[in-house]
Design a protein around this ligand. Structure first.
Ligand SMILES: NC(=O)C1=CN([C@@H]2O[C@H](COP(=O)(O)OP(=O)(O)OC[C@H]3O[C@@H](n4cnc5c(N)ncnc54)[C@H](OP(=O)(O)O)[C@@H]3O)[C@@H](O)[C@H]2O)[C@H](O)CC1
Ligand SMILES: [K+]
Length: 498
């Protein structure tokens, strides 16, 4: 699904009005009806609802929502901030249809709000053009100071859909954002989370073919995009043809990384795994993961030499960054031009010795968490800037990169970003990244295109985490659980795709 800018959404709005055709007032009514339906699913118990409206179309939505909720028996209070005479046409039309309302001008006008009330924010939506100031700012700060349930219409007042808020700016902090039609970029960025809360999309029937034609290089991955990427296993396949992976991982005290990685690879369909290990890890690996073969990496406590191989290479988990390992990595990079997977200390080595970046085969897959990414590209000003840095890095080096976190950002070598929807905060645990690298390595070894292996791998890792969370009925997940729940994650995806 495409992520569009506010300008593109406004254009989709206008196109729909003209070509459906539907009047803008009826479109507002349709959007408000959808909002009310969802609102009543979230809030089943009838409580006082206080709706704060601006005088643009977001405020128009607020008035229409208030009227519809009143019709359904809710106890609704409407407050307007702004000059009603300067309101948009549809705002004015809805004002006429509304019953009682209060216009707020100064602090003393602000109503008493109880913790059991629900506040709906309809001050500003996608038309925000500057930071909130004056009384608007006071109202939002006042509302943020209350513990009651808060819901934003379309997007929180003060939050920009596709640019950063200035450092001292203020925005409404909702528990829920019920947004219209397409996701906004801000919804995927950690900096913006306090101003988004839980969010969902309401289909208000904007013209789909117009939306499809809009240019955007930002997407939200959906199951229908991901499920066709699953590798098909032929009946007469042989293990050597089912994907051969060499995992170069582990050092003294960090052999667990290699083990988790290899286990995840086996659960992700790989035919054969060689693990290149320091001497201290050989016996550990042979005992704990009998399916894998172990190759001597020469060093006693860390790898000093990687074998020449035709296998798909996954390098980095628990590797360490000792000088001899760095030298060996450099030699390895000089022997291959096949895309590889680089994770953890493999990335840290690239950060320590940036000249190696140009030796990394084109289309390789890199899997940094934000700390590793910062070491690679330097500081960023805000999460929007971080995203541009990700796109630039991928284009410059022709890499595929996943920047891990909630809504992991998966970027290809032409700068397209796909936000991943699966997963939960339980996945933020030691070893989780080793598991992800193993899944991606296994998929790459099965001849998936690197970006497809990456997108599918990230989606599956999240799906396994979601299955683990559900089945264990716990918000805390151990990395081994992600491996154990991979088959369930895979089958749930395949079953839902049918
Ligand atoms: N997307 C859809 O298909 C639909 C959207 N709907 C709703 O409409 C809003 C967008 O409405 P719009 O009227 O364009 O904008 P706002 O209501 O967000 O803002 C109104 C005006 O306020 C001015 N403004 C902007 N920032 C500030 C500020 N910081 N302080 C004071 N005033 C501000 C601005 O005018 P200016 O000329 O002064 O810049 C805005 O125009 C969308 O979010 C949905 O809720 C439809 O109802 C359904 C279809
Ligand atoms: K709003």
């Amino acid at each position: 699904m495409k992520v569009l800018t506010s300008e593109q959404i406004r254009a989709a709005d206008q196109y729909t009005i003209k070509h459906e055709p539907i009047s803008s007032l009826d479109l507002m009514e349709r959007a408000s009806e959808k909002f009310v339906l969802k609102f009543m699913q979230i809030n089943r118990e009838n409580r006082p609802v206080r709706i704060f409206c601006g005088v643009g179309n977001n405020g128009g939505d607020g008035l229409a929502i208030g009227r519809l909720l009143k019709d359904k028996g809710w106890d609704v209070y409407l407050y307007i901030v702004g000059n009603t005479r300067k309101g948009s046409e549809d705002f004015k039309a809805n004002l006429e249809r509304s019953g009682l309302y209060a216009v707020l001008n100064k602090e003393i006008d602000l109503p008493k709000i109880n913790d059991s009330d629900i506040v709906i924010d309809g001050l500003f939506g996608s038309g925000l053009s500057r930071p909130l100031d004056g009384f608007y700012r006071e109202v939002v700060e006042f509302l943020n100071g209350h513990q009651c349930t808060k819901v934003s219409i379309d997007i929180a007042s003060g939050l920009y859909a596709n640019q950063a808020m200035p450092g001292d700016a203020v925005a409404f902090k909702p528990d829920f954002t019920l947004s219209f039609q397409v996701p906004k970029l801000a919804f995927f960025l950690p900096d913006c989370h306090p101003y988004v809360g839980e969010w969902c999309l309401l289909d208000i029937g904007l013209n789909q073919s117009f939306i499809q034609k809009q240019e955007s290089n930002i997407f939200q991955s959906e199951l229908k995009d991901i499920s066709p990427l699953f590798p098909v296993r032929e009946k007469f396949i042989h293990k050597n043809k089912a994907g051969r992976l060499m995992i170069a991982a582990g050092s003294k005290g960090k052999m667990g990384a290699a083990i988790l990685c290899a286990r995840a690879a086996f659960k992700s369909g790989v035919g054969l795994v060689n693990i290149c290990s320091p001497k201290c890890g050989v016996d550990i690996l042979q005992v704990t993961i009998p399916e894998a073969m172990v190759v001597d990496g020469k060093g006693a406590n860390e790898i000093h030499s990687f074998p020449k191989t035709e296998d798909t290479i996954l390098i980095g988990p628990g590797l360490g960054t000792k000088p001899k390992t760095i030298d060996a990595f450099e030699k390895l990079l000089k022997t291959t031009d096949k895309p590889m997977v680089i994770d953890a200390d493999g990335l840290n080595i690239l950060s320590k010795k940036k000249s190696l970046l140009k030796l990394v085969p084109k289309e390789s897959i890199l899997t940094p968490h934000p700390g590793e990414f910062k070491r690679l590209v330097g500081e960023w000003k805000n999460d929007f800037d971080r995203l541009y840095k990700l796109q630039n890095f991928c284009v410059k080096h022709e890499f595929n990169v996943v920047l891990k976190g909630a809504y992991s950002a998966v970027c290809n070598s032409t700068g397209d970003v796909h936000f991943n929807p699966t997963g939960n905060s339980g996945l933020a645990t030691a070893g989780s990244g080793d598991v992800l690298a193993g899944i991606i390595g296994a998929l790459l070894s099965q001849s998936l295109k690197p970006f497809d292996a990456l997108r599918l791998g990230v989606y599956l890792h999240g799906a396994a985490g979601d299955e683990a969370g559900r089945s264990l009925e716990s918000p805390w997940i151990q990395a081994s659980d992600i491996v154990n729940f991979l088959p369930k994650g895979i089958s749930s995806l395949l079953n839902r795709a049918i």
